[in-house]
Design a protein around this ligand. Sequence first.
Ligand code: SAH
Length: 404
Amino acid sequence: MMSENAHIPKVILKKGREKSVLMHHPWIFSGAIEKIEGRISAGNTAEVYSSNGEKLGAGAYSPHSQIRLRLWSFQPEELINEAFIKKKINAAIEYRKKLDLFNHNGACRLIFSESDGLPGLIVDKYASFLVCQFLSVGVVYWKETIIDGLIESIRPVGIYERSDSEVIQKEGLKRRSGLLWGKEPPHQIEISENDINFLVDIRNGHKTGFYLDQRNNRRSILPYVKDKEVLNCFSYSGGFGIYALEGGAKFITQVDSSAEHLKLASDICHQNGFDESKIHYEQADVFQLLRQYEGSGRKFDLIILDPPKFITSSKSINSGSRGYKDINRLAMKILDDNGILFTFSCSGLLQRDLFQKIIADAAVEAGKTVRIISELSQSPDHPIALNFPESRYLKGLIGAISNR
Ligand code: SAH
């Protein structure tokens, strides 16, 4: 009888290029491959061998991407089949259950790509709906199995796809969004996060609809806001500002360039019954508004800076870094003496040390002293895999800002 892996194609690496695989890094770049034996097409599983013939694991083949192979497993004898994919899905869900993030009305990331051993797959849960991103040909190949596995283990009301990120073009995939299974989601889904209700538009919202990675950081502003004047820059659906109200802030200003996002933030405030007279919505460009406040002498006690990704490729490291420095310098200038700054960068290509250096430079230019109270990262449903350092992307600092 022929074994299940008799015809699996083989990828043989160049001499010395097995090192990262032995460290369990899941990516193999095209330049590391010496040759491929057997017929193979997009999404197929290939076995990976070192130049001296040692079997290292198995991965999904991606002919269009520079990342030619994403490894499923580093165990040479493990078979990649439906049972394997479902086992990974279940392990990811069990981990979220352990974190106590699996509440009926709650929202959390169930599957975080390489960090959960499923490269290219994102699955977020919003109450009884799931939103998926299939961002690599490997997970597209197993799409039916993945949907089945999610239905079996979660029993959702509906599963919606948001594979509309630009990165998928590098995989030779077309952007796609729409219903995958079950019922169409409502226009807005109500979720509960730390007892605050949020409305999430999973069809049109950013990412899969909500910034789940900031959950713990939003809560970490609570001790700092009582009776304070708070400025929430890049507010999206208002998260940090709404937590500030929950913590007893005197007044909050929510700033975003999008009128639609500000309207959503206002609906959410209304939904939670907060006093609207304590909130101002400002549709503006943060860079311009901070300069305007500086010119007019307007001051705040606490400022949140949670901008979009300023650095999207190695080409934009310098311009993106300037952007981070500008907003941080301006924010420090309009903080009252002994004010508090919550500052973030979600650019994975910006290392934490460099981010901290940018904040230090901004402080010198603003004529302020910064003491770091706390260092922040992504919420635990976005775990950082040590074999995949790229999974660490969100950096934040809580700084106490004083005049010299
Ligand atoms: N802090 C939010 C997430 C921020 S996402 C949360 O916790 O949910 C980034 C937001 O910045 C988006 O809503 C986008 O519309 C807005 N934005 C992007 N560039 C901007 C600019 N230059 N000025 C103001 N808002 C901007």
